[in-house]
Design a protein around this ligand. Structure first.
Ligand code: F6R
Length: 590
């Protein structure tokens, strides 16, 4: 959702900026650009529609620079709308949305400013230029005071070589340092391998790189003391061949093992009271994380006997939800920066609820906002489509469901002793990949498909469908098997693929009945189950045996062949699984 970066380096600033931009590209890839400032005050800008690779050319001179990868909000992807935006002595990159930009734009235009882009971001740099009276920091601070909405900005001024001024409000921003190299960036994974130490900024704070130092300050320029922490290997992206998505699926067993170890080392005592006394339990999340939240609901209702109200974060705050003091709200977000989930979490907190977050980024805004954060250890996830983080979200949420059961019912769910089996089972799921790839080859030309399941498998079906839509650009719907005949079945005709997941013995026959009904109408039927007898007695055209773990934990494993199926469909259809069109990894705008 746009990535910004700034770098001060006496050696190879341009190369370091470009390398950082390449690592940031998962946040947006509509256009990219850099601006470099030389010690003599010369400002050089290069920006272009398309990805970071399109910027290639002779290195721009300078020891101070800013860069941007764009996910378009205001104005289509074009060279003119690409950042950095320039006004007079200033160049600026921005992530976020300036909600009052139309008013500001009209005001600036009336004062004689000529705009060259359609973006809201250009308003900020023109405002800074107008407000400038020789004090760089004061101009940025005064301009930011006039903005409504969200922003993380990094600004250069040709009067101040060696300086970058940054501001943050509701969009993520971190500072990094390594030897004499100083950085600011939208997120930590993009600094992995470059910065040794990092420190996130909070809303309303400014970061100033000047005289070879990076300092945090308030709007008046008063320094705010901060502690930088060492960047761990866990923040690094998965290495190896193939796409990030393939590498991230391959990393699922490792990610589950690390997450389990971390959960076991965590102290849940600080949230025991909130869990024990919760009047109601809510779960809020978006997209894939929402599917994990639904799986949490299944587990808590079954094991702890407590109803869980699940809301997509984007709906939560506009529904005037019945949330208040004594309620427990679980917010699930891989990035911890999803704007909708953050707003839902803020609303819950402002109404007096206890906020528990589950994130993959410990120093994220959501983790900082929460009363208690449960950290997954998936490691940096770069592919836009979430995979390993989903498996880890499920593990964390099941673990949380077990804590809730213990705190409320003074017993652990029976499956709680089987968690060690998850990582080996995830690895065993890879055995199905050649068959799953053959299925993808068979279905690569399909016009659409259904994923069906019953009980907890409905969540897996929904997640499988989301992956296919997202990266293979095929219509796909995940639905409860029993719902097929209530309308959905009308679309089934000769060859239409219906993929069923049946991990519950009790419900397997019912799921199979739905599959048979679809097959009777010509569907191409595929069945995923851990039960040999269910598979052998089924009428499916394709069967995939899932590795067996205790049924309650099967969603963590059953989704893996579906993740790989979507990835294979994507590759076979000639698309890039890491950068699906129209999407970006971290959705930091509403
Ligand atoms: C789908 C996907 C998205 C995210 C959603 C929430 O593969 O990745 O649906 O799950 O945008 O993101 P986080 O978890 O960062 O809040």
């Amino acid at each position: 959702m746009c990535g910004i970066i700034g770098c001060f380096s006496k050696e190879g600033c341009y190369e370091k900026l470009m390398a950082g931009l390449a690592r940031l590209e998962y946040r947006g890839y509509d256009s990219a650009g850099v601006a470099l400032l030389s010690p003599d005050g010369a400002l050089a800008v290069r920006k272009k529609k398309g990805g970071v690779a399109g910027l290639a050319g002779a290195p721009l001179p300078g020891d101070t620079g800013i860069g941007h990868t764009r996910w378009a909000t205001h104005g289509k992807p074009s060279d003119a709308n690409a950042h950095p935006h320039v006004a007079g002595k200033f160049a600026l990159v921005h992530n976020g949305i300036v909600e009052n930009y139309a008013r500001l734009r009209a005001e600036l235009a009336a004062a004689g400013e000529t705009f060259v882009s359609e973006t809201d971001s250009e308003v900020i740099v023109r405002l800074i230029a107008r407000l400038y009276g020789g004090d760089f920091f004061a101009a940025v601070s005064a301009a930011c005071a006039r903005l409504e909405g969200s922003y993380a900005v990094a600004v250069l001024c040709s009067d101040f070589p060696g300086q970058i001024i940054c501001a943050k409000q509701k969009s993520p921003l971190v500072a990094g340092a390594s030897g004499g190299d100083l950085y600011v960036c939208s997120d930590i994974p993009a600094l992995a391998g470059a910065a040794e130490y990092v420190c996130p900024a909070e809303d309303g704070e400014f970061i100033r790189i000047a005289a070879g130092r990076v300092v945090f300050c308030d709007g008046q320029g008063k320094e705010i003391p901060k502690v930088f922490t060492r960047l761990t290997a866990a923040s690094r992206a998965e290495t190896g061949g193939g796409s990030f998505m393939e590498r991230e699926i391959a990393a699922v067993p490792r990610a589950l093992a690390d997450t389990l170890a971390s959960l076991r080392a965590s102290d849940f005592a600080p949230c025991a009271r909130a869990m024990r006394a919760a009047r109601r339990v809510f779960a809020v999340a978006c997209g894939t994380a929402f599917h994990a939240a639904l799986a949490f609901k299944d587990a808590v209702e079954r094991d702890a006997g407590v109803p869980v109200l699940c809301h997509p974060s984007s709906e939560f705050r506009y529904r005037d939800p019945l949330v208040g003091p004594g309620d427990l709200v679980v917010a699930v977000s891989q990035s911890g920066e999803t704007a909708d989930t953050l707003e839902a979490a803020r609303l819950a907190k402002s109404r007096g609820a206890y906020l528990l977050s589950v994130t993959n980024v410990e120093c994220s805004t959501l983790a900082a906002l929460a009363d208690h954060n449960v950290a997954m250890r998936a490691g940096a996830e770069i592919a836009v489509a979430a995979t390993k983080s989903y498996n880890c979200q499920l593990l964390c949420l099941y673990y949380l469901a077990a804590q809730l059961t213990f705190f409320r019912c003074t017993r652990w769910p029976a499956w709680f002793s089987s968690l060690d089996a998850l990582a080996p089972a995830a690895r065993a799921a890879f055995d199905s990949f050649s068959a799953v790839r053959a299925l993808a080859e068979r279905l690569r030309g399909a016009g659409g498909m259904y994923f069906i399941g019953r009980g907890q498998d409905v969540r897996t079906a929904a997640e499988g469908a989301l992956k296919v839509k997202e990266i293979a650009y095929l219509f796909a719907e995940g639905c409860a098997a029993g719902e097929l005949k209530h309308g959905t079945l009308a679309l089934v005709e000769e060859g239409f693929p219906v993929l069923a997941v049946a991990t519950s013995r009790r419900l397997a026959q019912k799921c199979e009945n739905a599959l048979a009904e679809a097959k009777a109408r010509g569907a191409y039927a595929a069945l995923f189950s851990q039960y040999e007898d269910v598979l052998s007695e089924s009428c499916a055209d394709f069967t995939c045996r899932l590795p067996a773990v205790t049924e309650a934990l099967m969603p963590v494993v059953a989704v893996i062949p579906l993740q790989y199926f979507a990835c294979s469909m994507c590759l076979l259809r000639g698309y890039d699984p890491d950068k699906p069109r129209n999407l970006a990894k971290s959705v930091t705008v509403e």
